[in-house]
Design a protein. Structure first.
Lengths: 533, 385
């Protein structure tokens, strides 16, 4: 799955004693962040240059045809249906786990999140390999809903966990029944998280290639891929990519609406009371059955089908060697890309957290535009750039793939970097300097130890996202090299399910386990990160 | 570049003409202050008065627009040259303590020490000093708020600063804890011999801890005095009300006495010209309240309201003879005075006064007004602007 930044901002008790002090950001920080923004937005510029090279008339001609209408209809209806389903499933599941006395909540919380880590194309492969019903529109709805509902579940669960239980009590005391309390207060408090999750779901669907290719469902992304990679029809691919970016921007435009409306405020700094959980009573068993079914469909089928094919097909001897080779390249590219993305994210995070002026906010917001650029678009723009300006030198070189990864997953790195930078308020550095420590010493002895763990976590997040990326990898991977994802893809396309299955399982394993650990890391109470060692 | 007056080479802290603005908003408008070596000074001000900005400039975290900051005759800041925070040897204890969360208590206290040998002994000694001997290996999140502030103080004192700045260090503590932490901090700072500057909005804290109190108002120092002088002789009525409870009464001076609605009062600060219109400050504890009317000499009054505080009560009173504003008296908690009760009040001791600005143009040539002072209370609102 193309993991996207899950920006969960817990409600903050407003402390009147903390006065916002405006500092002008240092020039080097502004300069570095500006450079990062330029790098991130470069693909968009390349795309526009390419389109204008083809001529406005040609582009308009390519866009105004029935194919575009078909693709638009396919993309939009799938996005709407899957987003709605994810909103309902994700919100209800989060409420059941966080707000009721459901037995085994901790286990459910883990099982419900793991499908997040399984790449969409693996889920799609597993379902398509066991049933011919799973294809086209209905197949895409099933697969995508099961693969991405955690994008709603995760922020909503975090929001419900941080929500003030006193508000529900207040609503009940004002005469609202259970159901109306749930709809008006509980969902109301979480509506920002729900909307935010839905935006991420929609963006993932716009960007998805592998899953739809397997299911034979045509969207903008699959069509761009076909035009560019198979028909070498760059102008058409480019025109369609423009439409895709516009769609992404429209969806991104919804996101600020979720943020602007209402913020949690709480007077007093007293510790939050423990939540009184709703009793499920006789509903306990049916709820277990429903959640169990969800986990079987989202987690059981992909894992089960892969295991089945591995044994049914009989694993050939050479698979082990190619696994090692592909694994090495995956680790190499992902590691370098994660390091690059983290380094790029740090100045922007510092600017955004410490200098919340207008310039800093604008810069940070501009980097969000990356979210509207699916992997296919970034890969397209970068390969075009390489061919046109670098004389074909870099095309399908490792450097381009790493750059594409770093740009694609920058928002993810930024989420991690922001979280870690907010662990190191300026007050700590000021205290250190008043104790006679020079700036370099302060950075090494105070700032770095405080933000280090968070940066490491951000690195891991990006590493995992890169390791399971398929679309951009297929276009930019150096000739003759296979990564885990591309090797899986090659076998899968030959219908060599037995050979594809071990790759699917390895991808699931490397994505799921660390994702769980990382989720726990970011879930820890603020103020504790880095304090435990 | 006009050379500002070089501060006299006194010990301690000298601040001359300090200005600072954030954008269009002037926060400090010419602050002058001198703190003698080894003194414990308090800067008292309402929120938004600029006191924290002043402290941050002293620490070197902010740069002043103009003005001079000097310590022991050495200029740290003059609006052009700026000595960095790490070179100033000025300790800073913030409101939250700002303990490094990744270091133990011992790691925090020893953070500023550069030498390796003897480090443990110094840290242990300081922790002993602040009464946290056994907690060297705890992490900050395992400490209570009061303990965190003590560690922050020990950390600041470890590097033997010339000045310790305390930025409302007790504000985030529970009321019960505050008194004991305050007392401990005071004794620790005294024993360390460092000059200390405490910033606070709590007048009780400033009066009880400091040798000298500087009241900051609208970005400038309104008065610097010992706590006793500040309380008894504030520079103007507004300051009198800011530092404690105050009854402000109109009167007319005759040499060292004054005629007021509360009778003839003795003035504390020397002679006043005869027949000058004045405002008299009567602190609540200067009002002696005797239950029952006609209980000896004094003015008859009626109790309006009683605020019970345990150890004492604040009683709101109106005098019988005029529709004057209610007055507040402090009585011991055991005295029971219900609303409506008749009492006799009398002012004890000398009182402080200020000449009143002339009312309109007619001020000085209005002897008639002077003789009618007993009823002048009702004129007060008209006269004050």
């Amino acid at each position: 799955m193309t993991a996207t930044g899950v920006a969960v901002e817990p409600p903050v008790a407003v402390d009147p004693m903390v006065r916002a002090r405006r500092h002008l950001p240092p020039l080097f920080l502004l300069g570095a962040s500006g450079a990062v923004a330029v790098v991130l937005l470069a693909p968009l510029v390349f795309l526009l240059i390419e389109a204008s090279g083809a001529g406005a008339g040609t582009v308009a001609h390519l866009i105004w045809r029935s194919l575009t209408a078909t693709l638009l209809w396919n993309t939009v209806r799938l996005t709407v249906v899957v987003t709605a389903l994810c909103a309902v499933i994700g919100t209800l599941a989060a409420w059941l786990v966080e707000c009721t006395d459901l037995p085994g909540r901790r286990v459910w919380a883990v099982l419900l999140v793991i499908p997040f880590a399984i790449p969409d194309f693996v889920v799609s492969f597993a379902w398509a390999s066991i049933s011919t019903w799973v294809q086209g529109f209905q197949g895409a709805v099933l697969v995508m809903t099961l693969a991405v509902y955690p994008l709603v579940y995760l922020p909503v669960a975090a929001s419900l966990r941080g929500a003030d239980p006193g508000l529900e009590d207040t609503a009940r005391s004002l005469g609202l029944g259970r159901v109306r309390t749930f709809l008006r207060v509980t969902v109301g408090q979480a509506r920002g998280a729900i909307l935010g999750g839905c935006v991420l779901v929609a963006l993932v669907i716009l960007a998805e290639y592998g899953a739809f290719e397997i299911l034979g469902y045509r969207t903008f992304t699959t069509e761009i891929f076909t035009e560019f990679q198979i028909s070498f029809n760059v102008s058409t691919a480019c025109a369609l990519a423009l439409v895709l970016v516009v769609l992404g921007c429209v969806i991104l435009g919804i996101e600020p609406l979720a943020r602007a409306k209402g913020r949690a405020v709480r007077t007093g700094a007293q510790a939050q009371r423990a939540r009184r959980r709703h009793r499920l009573g006789r509903a306990t068993l049916p709820v277990h059955a429903v959640l169990g079914a969800l986990v079987v469909l989202a987690l059981g089928v992909p894992v089960g089908a892969s295991v089945y094919w591995m044994f049914a097909g009989g694993v050939p001897f050479l698979t082990g060697v190619s696994l090692l080779d592909a694994g090495w390249h995956t680790a190499l590219y992902s590691g370098l890309a994660a390091a690059l993305a983290t380094v790029l994210a740090l100045p922007v995070a510092l600017l955004a957290v410490r200098h919340s002026g207008r310039g800093g906010r604008l810069l940070e917001r501009s980097t969000y535009l990356v979210l509207a650029m699916p992997g296919i678009v970034i890969a397209l723009a970068i390969s075009y750039f390489a061919e046109r300006y670098a004389g074909g030198f870099g095309y399908q070189s490792a450097a381009l793939l790493i750059a594409a990864y770093a740009i694609l997953f920058f928002p993810l790195a930024l989420v991690g970097a922001r979280a870690s930078v907010s662990q190191a308020p300026v007050a700590f550095e000021e205290a250190a300097r008043s104790l006679g420590r020079r700036r370099d010493e302060v950075f090494l002895k105070v700032t770095l130890p405080l933000i280090g763990p968070g940066l490491a976590a951000a690195f891991c997040l990006v590493f995992l996202a890169c390791a399971t990326e398929l679309t951009a990898t297929l276009i930019l991977v150096p000739t003759g090299v296979q990564t885990l994802a591309t090797q899986f893809w090659a076998y899968q396309q030959n219908l060599s399910y037995g050979q594809a299955a071990p790759f699917a399982l390895v991808i699931i394993a490397i994505a799921a386990v660390p994702s769980y650990v990382l989720a726990r890391f970011f879930d820890r109470r603020p103020g504790r990160v880095g304090a435990a060692s | 570049m006009p050379e500002p007056d070089a501060p006299a080479a006194t010990e301690g802290l000298t601040i001359v003409g300090l200005h600072k603005a954030f954008g269009d908003h002037a926060v400090l408008r010419g602050v002058d202050l001198t703190v003698p070596d080894g003194a414990f000074a308090a800067v008292l001000g309402a929120s938004g008065s600029g006191k924290t900005t002043l402290l941050r400039i002293l620490a070197g975290f902010e740069r002043p627009d103009s003005g001079v900051v000097a310590v022991g005759g050495v200029i740290l800041d003059d609006g052009h040259h700026h000595l960095r925070a790490e070179r100033r040897r000025i300790g800073y204890v913030s409101q939250e303590g700002s303990l490094f969360p990744h270091l133990t208590v011992a790691g925090n206290v020893g953070f500023g020490l550069r030498v390796r040998e003897g480090r443990e002994a110094v840290v242990a000694h300081l922790l002993e000093l602040v009464g946290l001997g056994g907690l060297a290996h705890r992490y900050p999140h395992q400490l209570s708020g009061g303990q965190q502030q003590r560690v922050a103080l020990a950390r600041a004192l470890a590097v033997r600063p010339r000045i310790v700045l305390l930025d409302e260090p007790f504000a985030s503590l529970d009321a019960g804890l505050r008194a004991s932490v305050r007392a401990d901090v005071l004794s620790v700072v005294r024993r360390s011999g460092a000059t200390a500057v405490l910033v606070t909005h709590d007048q009780e804290e400033a009066l009880s801890l400091a040798d000298m109190v500087a009241v900051i108002r609208d970005g400038a120092i309104a008065q610097v005095a010992s706590p006793r002088d500040l309380y008894e002789s504030p520079v103007d009525p507004e300051l009198a009300s800011f530092v404690g409870e105050a009854n402000l009464i109109e009167g007319t001076s005759y040499g060292s006495t004054a005629e007021t609605p509360l009778g003839w009062l003795e003035l504390g600060d020397g002679h006043r010209p005869s027949r000058q219109r004045i405002t008299v400050l009567v602190r609540p504890e200067q009002l002696r309240v005797t239950p029952a009317a006609g209980g000896g000499p004094g003015i008859a009054a009626r109790v309006v309201e009683t605020g019970f505080h345990g150890h004492d009560s604040l009683v709101s009173l109106v005098t019988e003879d005029a529709a004057a504003a209610p007055m507040v008296a402090r009585v011991v908690g055991g005295m029971r005075l219900d609303p409506g009760a008749q009492v006799t009040i009398k002012v004890a001791g000398r009182v402080h006064c200020w000449p009143r600005p002339p009312a309109g143009q007619a001020g000085p040539e209005a002897p008639a007004a002077g003789s009618e002072v007993p009823t002048a209370g009702s004129e007060a609102p008209a006269a004050s602007p």
